[in-house]
Design a protein around this ligand. Structure first.
Ligand SMILES: Nc1nc2c(c(=O)[nH]1)N[C@H]1C(S)=C(S)[C@@H](COP(=O)(O)OP(=O)(O)OC[C@H]3O[C@@H](n4cnc5c(N)ncnc54)[C@H](O)[C@@H]3O)O[C@H]1N2
Ligand code: MOO
Length: 405
């Protein structure tokens, strides 16, 4: 069976990023930049003062000299003309340095009497000046393409004087739940039925990646019905199916999708939970829609969503770094040796006295247990054939909140 990393590499291989659109800067948060943004000006635009005080010539401030105040240059009102020897100009944080001056005497160090300004200590040339372009120069790339924009990115792009952004459009992700037994929350539940928790859960996961979920009608365990619903995926950027992925007589997703030209890339991988994961492409005419078939067990669906769907969505959305981030933690309780499937144990996460992560895997790891999943803060990732681990050992974890889950 395929390993998790090989399987993910194959999923990502089959993904082409979606196209671009132009959005106002204020709508850019959490979108993925499609083109690098180059500054349209220097920042600061000129040498400016970093403090409130007086623009001086540093060499004039020795030995209790008295300087003559010749003007005022508030921020946004640069002074004209050149400041001569023995002269100074009143300025403020952000004021442009007047010609002829080379330092700022902060007002706390100035004894002022009318137009006489006496430095109480000397100021070295260059002091308290922010140089033109020291932050960035016109033409510098301030944010690279492929970055998901946070508040800081929006700030630097604004400072570079941009009000429109070219971002990836939001990928459209079709979600198709299958199973005679599933009913949406609030709907009548058939005898022996279960509430369809996977569709809302996976739709939310899709949203965390900045993509748009498109809910296809849930289909009973019937090839025709699944195929009819799946037709709605031919316009989407990716299809996620839920359930019907395993080997049971009613696991009909593959035969149903075959009606839309399904080419299976892989089916079943060496992981727990999530062994029956299926990957392929619908190929119909000029359509080529990647498909992830997630298992029906809710924990399996979520873990496969984290390990495969989120990276696929990020790649689809044009992001560069798409792999789930592994961190290190100290194990609070021992773990037995692992078998041949990479394991992902739901766990609580705390800190030890030194501030390092301390992780406590839950004793029961049934992949149908949603409350445990919701209470988990991390997954402990165990490699295939990992030997027994003792309390105090270091293990790899994936923090669920890091991924918006
Ligand atoms: N003989 C074998 N049986 C199973 C194997 C196997 O290798 N041999 N694999 C097991 C593993 S591992 C998993 S995971 C499940 C996956 O099964 P399916 O993807 O076919 O899922 P279903 O059978 O449709 O459902 C499994 C379980 O999840 C519930 N479910 C389904 N859809 C939803 C939904 N939308 N929301 C909430 N819960 C859902 C469903 O009622 C079942 O209880 O197969 C094992 N079996
Ligand atoms: O993915 Mo299954 O949950 O290993 O039981």
């Amino acid at each position: 069976m395929l390993s998790v990393s090989e399987a993910r590499a194959r999923v990502l291989d089959g993904i082409r990023p979606v196209g671009h659109e132009l959005v106002p800067l204020l709508d850019g948060w959490n979108r993925v930049l499609a083109e690098p943004v180059a500054a349209r000006l220097d920042n600061p635009p000129a040498d400016i003062s970093a403090m409130d005080g007086y623009a001086v010539r540093g060499g004039d401030t020795q030995d209790g000299a008295a300087l003559r105040l010749v003007g005022e240059a508030p921020a946004g009102h640069p002074s004209a003309g050149t400041v001569g020897p023995g002269e100074c100009v009143r300025l403020f944080t952000g004021s442009v340095m007047p010609d002829g001056t080379d330092a700022v005497l902060i007002q706390e160090n100035a004894a002022v009497d009318g137009v006489s300004v006496r430095p109480t200590e000397p100021v070295a040339a260059g002091r308290h000046i922010r140089r033109a372009g020291q932050d960035f120069a016109s033409g510098d790339v301030v944010v690279a393409a492929g970055r998901r924009l946070g508040a800081r990115d929006i700030g630097v792009i604004a400072a570079g004087n941009h009000c429109w952004l070219t971002v990836r459009r939001r990928p459209r992700v079709a979600i198709l739940a299958t199973g005679d037994e599933v009913a949406l929350p609030g709907d009548p539940i058939p005898p022996g039925g279960v509430v369809n928790s996977n569709t809302p859960m996976l739709a939310s996961l899709v949203r965390t990646a900045g993509a748009e979920p498109v809910m296809l009608p849930a289909a009973p365990d019937d090839v025709e019905a699944i195929a009819r619903s799946a037709a709605g995926a031919l316009d989407a950027d990716l299809l996620v199916t839920l359930g019907g992925a395993s080997v049971g007589a009613y696991d009909l997703v593959q035969p149903a999708l075959a009606r839309h030209g399904l080419e299976v890339g892989f089916w079943r991988i060496a992981m727990r939970p999530g062994k029956p994961l299926m990957h392929g492409h619908l190929r119909a005419g000029d359509r080529n829609v990647p498909v992830l078939g997630l298992p029906g067990n809710p924990v399996s669906a979520l873990v496969c969503g984290l390990l495969f769907l989120l990276p696929a969505l990020r790649r689809l959305g044009g992001e560069e770094n798409v792999e789930p981030e592994l961190e290190l933690a100290t194990l609070a309780t021992p773990l037995p040796a692992n078998d041949q499937r990479a394991d992902h144990l739901r766990a609580a996460l705390g800190r030890d006295e030194a501030g390092r992560y301390l992780v406590s895997p839950f004793t029961r790891q049934d992949s149908g247990m949603l409350r445990r999943l919701a209470a988990s803060e991390a997954l402990v990732v165990r490699a295939p054939q990992a030997p027994p681990a003792a309390a105090g050992d270091t293990v790899a974890i994936i923090r669920l909140d890091r991924h918006g889950l």
